[in-house]
Design a protein around this ligand. Structure first.
Ligand SMILES: NC(=O)c1ccc[n+]([C@@H]2O[C@H](COP(=O)([O-])OP(=O)(O)OC[C@H]3O[C@@H](n4cnc5c(N)ncnc54)[C@H](O)[C@@H]3O)[C@@H](O)[C@H]2O)c1
Ligand SMILES: [Fe+2]
Length: 382
């Protein structure tokens, strides 16, 4: 079977890159943008950094700011109606993964109304038409939703987050501007950055990984490992590194999948509304230990990319431990909680484990877990 790679048609990178929005709109013949954003991103003055450029250049737009973190089905349905009433011919997503994911779901349903129930989009849905064209400007440095073919929606009624994988949803243009990320508080920077590291590590070790995606993932680990501490201190080099590192991770994992860190994190997001990055960050070192035996020599390269010295002289046991320790140390240094005590209730674990087993990321895990394995992993963090 051939390996498939899907990326944006065009992407722009670097501080100030958002200015490109005008030429993108004009050159692609778009007349009016439907801007998908959320209240907190607006309140932080971030969305305005994009709309003020459109105002100045007299580009028409309608601003929709109804999106919430862990976006629910209701959010998508409201967004679809708002888009239909807007007279827009493209979507501009300005926000974190929640805003970009909602934009994708809106764009897919507008172009494929038979999936208007939203739930039928779970997994790999047979949509026929590409989304309404999306231009994505991420304001967090984590999900890489601007370059992935995935989006994640919350089914509040059934307490589930479900992953949709659809080549038709990829934003046609990504504009990755680190200046849109400067207002993130340290805790959000840390959590979203650890999400990006999780993508790179799960993408590197997932069953479908191959040489080209390994290239993206190892480079992403290296950039994130050297940039995240600085980003949390709001240093320019750290911000720019994280903007790039998270995107490079997305170029990889979007094309090969992830693993059970994400499956277990999705369950926490659905049941407790836990921030996605926080959930991943807490779970990552523990799941790395569990997966180690199924990863061949890969942890040697993870340790190297994390900046560990002397990995060539290490035994398998040593380099595996070194890789996990380096990830755990980074997580501690950026202030991530180290257990799930404040999040998980013991009586929910059976439900959480079943949700994780049912999650679309689970089959990609390097080791095939049983439900009991997942229960044990959650319990080990209580
Ligand atoms: N599509 C994908 O491939 C993919 C991958 C991983 C995760 N996800 C999904 O993405 C969502 C998480 O996205 P996220 O981690 O980017 O967070 P988010 O989009 O949920 O945002 C978290 C909070 O940060 C605020 N915020 C965003 N940018 C800000 C800024 N620059 N300054 C100040 N505040 C800001 C938001 O308003 C929000 O309140 C989850 O639902 C997750 O499942 C998607
Ligand atoms: Fe993620």
């Amino acid at each position: 079977m051939a390996n498939r790679i899907i990326l944006n048609e065009t992407s722009y990178h670097g501080a100030g890159a958002r200015a490109e929005i005008v030429s993108v709109m004009k050159n692609r013949g778009f007349n009016k943008a439907f801007i998908c954003s959320d209240k907190a991103t607006c309140d932080a003055g971030v969305t305005e950094k994009v709309t003020c450029i459109l105002d100045k250049e007299k580009v028409a737009y309608m601003l929709y700011t109804g999106i919430v973190p862990n976006p629910p089905i209701e959010n998508v349905l409201e967004g679809v109606e708002a888009y239909k009433n807007s007279g827009a011919d493209c979507i501009v997503a300005v926000g974190g993964g929640s805003s970009i994911d909602t934009a994708k779901a809106i764009g897919i349903i507008v172009a494929n109304p038979e999936f208007g129930d939203v739930r039928s989009l779970e997994g790999v849905a047979p949509t026929k038409n590409p989304t309404v064209p999306i231009i994505a400007l991420p304001t967090t440095a984590g999900t890489a939703a601007e370059v992935t073919i995935n989006y994640v929606i919350t089914d509040r009624e059934n307490k589930r987050k479900f992953v949709c994988v659809d080549p038709h949803d990829i934003p046609v243009v990504a504009i990755v501007d680190s200046e849109l990320m400067e207002t993130m508080p340290p805790s959000l920077t840390a959590a979203t950055g650890m999400d990006a590291l999780t993508h790179a590590i799960e993408g590197y070790t997932t069953k479908g990984a191959w040489e080209m995606t390994d290239m993206f993932h190892l480079k992403a680990i290296e950039i994130i490992a050297r940039s995240l501490r600085g980003a949390v201190k709001n240093e320019k080099a750290g911000r720019e590194g994280m903007a790039l590192g998270q995107y490079v991770a997305g170029m990889g994992f979007s094309n090969v999948g992830l693993g059970i860190v994400h499956s277990m994190a999705h369950a926490l997001g659905a049941v407790y509304n836990t921030a996605h990055g926080v959930a991943n960050a807490i779970l990552l070192p523990t799941v790395m230990e569990y997966n180690a035996e199924a990863t061949g020599e890969k942890y040697r390269e993870i340790a190297r990319a994390m900046g560990v010295e002397g990995v060539d002289g290490m035994s398998t046991e040593e380099y595996r431990k070194a890789a996990v320790d380096a990830v755990r140390q980074l997580s501690v240094d950026v202030g991530i909680p180290q257990d799930l005590k404040a999040i998980v209730k013991e009586e929910d674990i059976d439900f959480l484990a079943q949700s994780a087993m049912d999650d679309a990321c689970r089959p990609g895990n390097p080791k095939d877990p049983t439900k009991e394995d997942i229960i044990a992993l959650y319990k080990s963090l209580l």
